[in-house]
Design a protein around this ligand. Structure first.
Ligand code: PMP
Length: 441
């Protein structure tokens, strides 16, 4: 591999591998040397409809010829088309949409909205965001302040806002060492406890991923968790922000993961699958009723140069059309069941596998040194990196998750292929996962 020395390229860390990818098609990546790799990570859980789509190339070309850029306060056909389509995706009540260039921008926009909303409600002292450890919301300083991912906060703790966090709903390593269901859902009650504390009154919003992604490896909370959280937020006047950057647009077998719990979030943040990786893009959807109240103090609550970019909007609309036309959300649920079952059948007894969990095409496999004590591999053993390399050698890329919980550096992989994945690909992905672990014994 050769790179121009002027490129700002980080040295490979335990979880970044120096690969030069020349092209991609569907779920396959092709290296410069011509090696074919199944992308069981969908990039960074992005390429939901697969790569190399002619229809998207055609739409992009058409849109560029028609209209490249306008200031974000103006309107375009592309924007109108996307808003109309998305409105159909939220049939139960009206939401107002806003588009950005990625996940972190959308999270920042959501925080800014929450603060302005509290000002409009005459509660300007509500100026903090409550979140969870074992979470990731983006690399910008506001989003990172709300993120509990130790690895990504490293060396920057002193620059981040001091916002409180509660432990995650992580039954496999319950922070209270309790057992479900006798635990009383202590992980949800932890929210109530913070809100009763001295700083509780200053919380504007609570943000969390419906299913924990990159920092946890598809940690799915128990049934009662989300309804309890939603109730506590409502009781204490916090906006509930669900971060669907990874889990949105069909990834978990529903349009959005919050639908698994029939929630009514105040704000939904998403990105990645929205444009399927064909263009950088993010969005937020805010309950119309809240926007109208907020507009009393601020009409233009956010302004990025690339807000509602016509090309992004045209591409996202086409991506959603494809999700619908090819029934990819149902397919994700169906293939997800096969993936989950195959992972459990093939790997549940493996000595290095601690837990297998997930929904739809969003599965996590957590690695342990000891199945009995749940002791993780010490980072210096580089187990995750060795696993990733072995799997790549055997032709599959998995998404690495590291530095999961507070004070604990666990290791897991996300198994989350594009939603177009076929049965035979799933079997190959699981077989390679197993073989890679076997070869590391
Ligand atoms: N939220 C979640 C849940 C994410 O997984 C990510 C990215 N992995 C982000 C936010 C940030 O998105 P971006 O990298 O597009 O800024």
């Amino acid at each position: 591999m050769s790179l121009p020395s002027s490129y700002f390229f980080f040295e490979p860390t335990p979880t970044t591998l120096p690969l030069f990818i020349e092209r991609a098609q569907g779920i396959y990546l092709y290296t410069k040397e011509g090696k074919e790799i199944i992308d069981a990570a969908s990039g960074a859980v992005v390429v939901n409809i697969g790569q190399g789509r002619e229809e998207i190339a055609a739409i992009a070309q058409e849109q560029i010829k028609k209209l490249d850029y306008i200031v974000p306060v103006w309107l375009s056909d592309a924007l109108a088309g996307l808003v109309k389509k998305l409105s159909e995706w939220f049939p139960t009540e009206p939401y107002r949409f806003y588009f950005t260039a990625g996940g972190a921008e959308s999270v920042e926009a959501a925080f800014r909205f929450a603060f302005l909303y509290q000002v409009a409600e005459n509660k300007p002292w509500k100026n903090k965001i409550l979140s969870r450890w074992t979470s990731y919301h983006g690399i910008t300083l506001g989003a990172l302040s709300a993120s509990g991912n130790r690895l990504r906060r490293e060396h920057l703790e002193h620059c981040l806002l001091d916002w409180p966090k509660i432990p995650p709903p992580y039954c496999y390593r319950c922070p209270w060492t309790k057992t479900y269901p006798s635990c009383g859902i202590a992980c949800a009650q932890a929210l109530e406890e913070v809100l009763h504390s001295e700083t509780g009154n200053s919380m504007a919003a609570f943000i969390a991923e419906p299913i924990i992604g990159a920092s946890g490896g598809a940690i799915v909370p128990v049934e009662e968790y989300w309804p309890a959280i939603a109730e506590i937020c409502k009781k204490h006047g916090l906006l509930l922000i669900v971060d669907e950057v990874m889990t949105g647009f069909g990834r978990t077998g529903k349009r959005f993961a919050f639908e698994h719990w029939k929630l009514r979030p105040d704000i939904i943040v998403s990105a990645k699958g929205l444009s399927g990786g064909y263009i950088p893009m993010g969005m937020l959807a805010v309950r119309e009723e809240l926007v109208q109240r907020c507009e009393k103090v601020a009409k233009n609550f956010m302004f990025f140069t690339y807000t509602s970019h016509p090309l992004s909007c045209a591409i996202a609309k086409k991506v959603i059309d494809i999700l619908e036309a090819e029934n990819l959300i149902d397919h994700s649920m169906k293939m997800g069941e096969l993936l989950g079952q195959s992972l459990k059948n093939e790997l549940a007894d493996h000595p290095f596998v601690g837990e297998i969990r997930g929904k739809g095409l969003f599965w996590g496999v957590e690695f342990v040194k000891s199945k009995i004590t749940k002791e993780p591999f010490p980072p210096e053993e580089g187990f995750l990196n060795r696993f990733l390399r072995k799997a790549l050698e055997l032709g599959v890329f998995f998404y690495p998750c590291q530095g999961m919980a507070d004070g604990f550096s666990g290791e897991a992989v996300l198994v989350c292929p594009p939603l177009i994945v076929k049965e035979e690909d799933i079997l190959k992905i699981v077989a390679v996962l197993k073989e890679s672990l076997n070869q590391l014994v």
